[in-house]
Design a protein around this ligand. Structure first.
Ligand SMILES: [Zn+2]
Length: 334
């Protein structure tokens, strides 16, 4: 029996070590891909004059939507941008899957040869990126020019807004590596929360509860959980004083019922994980300034955009994970 136990223990330890190893390898590969991606963006900026962060923003947006959409095939390779066939070849091109640069050009298609092999291949990373950069460069290089190019391409205001926000994040931090999260309430403060997503609302309204309530004392700091851009800031009938922040996963983080904002923060600002955006309160459910209709808490909501629509999902599992990771980081530091 003892021998069997020892053997089983050996198997388990061996197995766990392999998982750790695999995780480390995966991490290395992802970092390597990020480095290569950055090189490609900068290379294309050199060729076309389109700032790298716009290309990075479009690429990241498309990577995000491919993960949650069934109607778009996930592109293989380092670059996620997928140009629809008709756009690539030209709408009137009789060859729907054309890779000849000259005939694509003739039919006003978007496809170009960026790799120098004489073919405009929508599966080739360099071709795709070069084609997108050339398309944008036709509109110009200012922020407004790029926004118009993006609107003509995607025909959706929200998509233009999200890509512009991504570009701002990349431009501000000058890197593609903007990961990491924190729990919205500083861990040394008193707070408590449980999974309440989808419950009937306790206070007014008949909509389901689209978030997690984190109860804490009035005035407790509220921190941005991720890198992001402040998309919305102000009064909302239900949420009271609230802040909406968009991150690089197309996720909109909604912080509601604040007692006040961080005075230095405004719409369009860039934040990083841990930045204080406001303070816990009990504002909401009435005209601007209404407060005290319920105990102070942070209502934290998460909404995902797939390039067509936005929907709410349960933030509880993520909150738990960020809380755990942050505790671990603190322990490891000691
Ligand atoms: Zn709530």
């Amino acid at each position: 029996m003892k021998k069997l136990f020892g053997f089983l223990l050996f198997i388990i330890v061996f197995f766990l070590m392999n998982i750790q190893e695999a995780k480390a390898v995966e991490q290395d590969e992802r970092e390597q891909m990020t480095v290569e991606r950055m090189h490609m963006f900068q290379h294309m900026e050199g060729l076309t004059g389109v700032p790298w962060y716009y290309l990075a923003a479009i690429d990241q947006f498309e990577r995000n939507i491919q993960k949650v959409r069934k109607d778009i095939p996930g592109k293989k390779g380092i670059i996620a941008i997928t140009v629809p066939t008709r756009k690539w070849s030209g709408f009137l091109n009789p060859m729907q899957y054309d890779t000849h640069p000259s005939s694509i050009l003739f039919f006003n298609g978007l496809g170009r040869d960026g790799s120098g092999d004489g073919k405009a291949d929508p599966e080739n990373d360099l071709d795709v990126l070069y084609s997108m950069a050339r398309y944008i460069s036709e509109y110009g290089f200012t922020e407004d020019d790029v926004r118009i190019a993006l609107w003509e391409y995607y025909k959706r205001d929200k998509t233009v807004e999200i890509i512009s926000e991504f570009a701002k994040l990349y431009r501000t931090f000058q890197t593609l590596k903007l990961e990491g999260h924190v729990f919205p309430i500083p861990l040394n403060r008193q707070y408590n929360y449980r999974s309440t997503w989808g419950y009937a609302r306790g206070w007014g309204g008949r909509r389901i509860h689209e978030g997690t309530d984190i109860f804490a004392y009035h005035g407790t700091p509220v921190r941005s959980t991720s890198y992001g851009v402040v998309e919305v800031m102000g009064w909302n009938r239900y949420g009271g004083w609230r802040v909406g922040i968009r991150d690089l996963d197309n996720i909109y983080h909604y912080y509601a019922h604040l007692s006040r904002f961080n005075k230095d923060l405004k719409e369009g600002d860039v934040v990083k994980p841990g930045d204080v955006i406001g303070y816990v309160g009990s504002s909401g459910y009435g005209s601007p300034g209404t407060s005290g209709k319920f105990p102070p808490h942070l209502h934290y909501g998460m909404y995902k955009d797939n390039g067509i629509k936005e929907w709410s999902f349960d933030p509880y599992p993520r909150l738990k994970a960020w809380e755990r990771q942050e505790k671990k980081r603190k322990r490891d530091k000691k």
